[in-house]
Design a protein around this ligand. Structure first.
Ligand SMILES: [Zn+2]
Length: 362
């Protein structure tokens, strides 16, 4: 009997302090220690504890890549509809010794092709002859990161990207050469990257993190990998996360990127560099594996994290706060939802509360 009295007293104390806290808190509650502290002897799965710290993100979006090749010193000749790139010094006594087609993504030595007198041979400017255009990409991204000190993110990811290149334009001789058409209609590439981010501001349930993703592209199709060499790519973005609960977030990420690749022109010892700066806009979700399993008892309506027979459970789905404050998961009071009786007084009270900011997080 005494045991029960103690329990009830403890419960009253606990709910009392809990509500008092909830009344005062208008901001984020995520960082606060949960009001419920389970007894020490409760068993916890260490694996779940570790796994719950890993944020898993899935996102997709749209990207545009600029292509810019510096062809200063090169010449281009056109035979029919095909354009041939001629390295500097490959024309002797009016004869073309060496030329390439498809030099953007898979150069082919076409030194067998000899221009006729009717074919155009145009020498580009030695300092500013270039080719530029755009491509589009659809990325699908998977990333993992952990949060350190509630401010820093460190992680890694993988992106699969479908990618196309539109026609490129010459800055010179465009009227005679027309545009350069690559054969890349849809290429597939994979990216692997490491990431590091710093949260610079937090506004209610929104987190804003400046992050850098540095990695390597792997051209899976259309690009001749035996001739291609590239360094790392550098992607800088702003990760915007909207927290719906401890375990569920929607994410938005605009970003800009710097990268380039070198395409070797076989047998000439020369190579053409293509600058490929890009921008992306991606949206997705971010999840954590929940720290506790969901309570399996149907009849149990506990909302907070709680204990059955020495095991801890959560009472909420992962997209809801696990230890919700007063009104946090159901901002509208039940009695206000049902307008069966005259509740003018209650509604007035409710409005007053809102004005004081008690529900301003909603
Ligand atoms: Zn339960």
């Amino acid at each position: 009997m005494q045991k029960w009295t103690t329990l009830i007293l403890l419960f009253l104390l606990f709910t009392g302090s809990y509500n008092a806290k909830a009344q005062g808190g208008a901001g984020r509650h995520m960082e606060e220690a949960p009001p419920y502290q389970p007894p020490k002897e409760v068993k916890r799965s260490g694996f779940r504890q570790i796994l719950s710290k890993v944020n898993v993100g899935i996102s997709t979006g749209y990207g545009q890549t600029m292509y810019r090749q510096d062809l200063s010193g090169y010449s281009v000749f056109k035979k029919g509809d095909t354009q041939f790139l001629v390295p500097a010094g490959s024309i002797t006594a009016g004869r073309v010794n060496r030329s390439y087609t498809n030099w953007l993504n898979a150069p082919q030595d076409r030194s067998d092709v000899i221009p006729m007198e009717t074919d155009l041979i145009l020498a580009g400017d030695t300092t500013q002859f270039n080719l530029s255009g755009r491509g589009q990409s659809l990325p699908l991204n998977l990333d993992f990161h952990i949060n350190l000190a509630d401010r820093f993110k460190i992680g890694a990811g993988l992106t699969a990207e479908i990618h196309s290149i539109k026609d490129l334009e010459y800055n010179q001789w465009g009227n005679l050469l027309g545009t350069y058409s690559s054969d890349v209609r849809s290429a597939f590439l994979l990216r692997y990257y490491g990431m590091f981010g710093v949260r610079f501001t937090r506004w209610y349930f929104w987190d804003f993190t400046a992050d850098a993703r540095i990695g390597k592209k792997n051209y899976m199709s259309q690009f001749d990998k035996s001739l291609l060499s590239d360094g790392l790519y550098y992607n800088f973005g702003c990760l915007i996360e909207h927290h719906y609960s401890e375990y569920f977030r929607l994410t938005l990420r605009p970003s800009v990127e710097w990268s380039a690749y070198n395409m070797e022109l076989p047998a000439s010892g020369e190579s053409v560099t293509t600058q490929t700066p890009a921008f992306f806009f991606q949206a997705g979700i971010s999840l954590n594996y929940p720290r506790l399993p969901r309570c399996p008892i149907n009849a149990c309506h506990a909302q907070l994290e709680h204990v059955h027979q020495g095991k801890e459970f959560r009472g909420q789905p992962i997209y809801r706060w696990q230890n919700p404050k007063y009104g946090q998961n159901d901002p509208e009071l039940m009695r206000n939802k049902k307008r069966s009786k005259d509740d003018t007084q209650q509604r007035l009270q409710y409005k007053k509360k809102r004005r004081r900011g008690f529900f301003s997080w909603w």
